[in-house]
Ligand binder design. Structure first.
Ligand code: PGA
Length: 249
């Protein structure tokens, strides 16, 4: 059985002061549970603060929202996988829709970032998802399977078996619209099938998260959809009380 994963993507919210206050509020209300995994993805500038504030709370994993493809070099403004690891990250989001559609990140870059994560012992969570026009034209499966194939293309089977995938329809992110549980299930089933074709039975270990306007009111029904192994949450992960209720879904 895959343990449900609850991942908080803070995006460009919570600088160090707010991040410290969040961790204090959340850890006061959330006790370690061995039936679920909780992950926080603060902005890179707050990573060290979050790691220090969590202290001995190793039940709560920490990751970064992005890394660069190379491990070191003249890449002004970027952070590398070894640096994120050194600062206490264990996970990294790769190919989030805002990276793809706001910053123009390509499938090829997502592949290199997954590879950079894997060679530095960070767990990538590869995000895939279709635009509204792609959904409306019936291209959803083609798009997410292309993003999945490309993102995994530089990884060996062991690295694939130890990563995670997030399905986030772009039109559902930050919009208040969510996929129906059955729409999410249909896409998750396609992704699972593609993972099985690549790595066989080892694919069973790979959590596939759903994301896009998840909140405390819809978390339980989305999480109970067949094939949904966890939730990647943006806006509703910013406030400790709401985040606790989502993690209890
Ligand atoms: P949202 O964002 O929950 O605010 O829609 C999800 C995400 O972008 O990961």
């Amino acid at each position: 059985m895959r343990r449900p994963v609850f991942a908080a993507n803070w995006k460009m919210n919570h600088g160090p002061t707010a991040a410290r206050a969040f961790v204090a509020g959340f850890t006061a209300r959330w006790s370690p549970r061995d039936d679920r995994t909780v992950l926080l993805f603060p902005p890179a500038i707050s990573l060290t603060t979050v790691v220090h504030a969590l202290g001995s709370r190793e039940d709560i994993g920490v990751g970064v929202q992005n890394i660069w493809t190379d491990d070191t070099g003249a890449f002004t403004g970027e952070s590398s996988a070894p640096m994120a690891k050194d600062a206490g990250a264990r996970f990294v989001l790769v190919g989030h829709s805002e990276r793809r559609h706001v910053f123009g990140e390509t499938d090829a870059e997502a592949a290199k970032k997954c590879a950079a994560a894997a060679r530095n012992d960070l767990t990538p969570i590869l995000c895939v998802g279709e635009l509204l026009a792609e959904r409306e034209s019936g291209a959803t499966f083609d798009v997410v399977l292309r993003q999945l194939d490309a993102g995994l293309s530089l990884l060996d089977a062991d690295a694939i078996a130890s990563m995670a995938i997030a399905y986030e329809p772009v039109w559902a992110i930050g919009s208040g619209k969510t996929a129906t549980p059955s729409d999410a299930s249909a896409v998750h089933a396609q992704l699972r099938h593609a993972l099985e074709k690549r790595v066989g039975a080892a694919a069973r270990a790979i959590p596939i998260l759903y994301g896009g306007s998840v909140n405390a009111g819809n978390a339980t029904s989305l999480l109970s959809a067949s094939g949904v192994d966890g939730l990647l949450v943006g806006g509703a992960s910013l406030e400790p009380d709401t985040w606790v209720s989502i993690c209890e879904a």
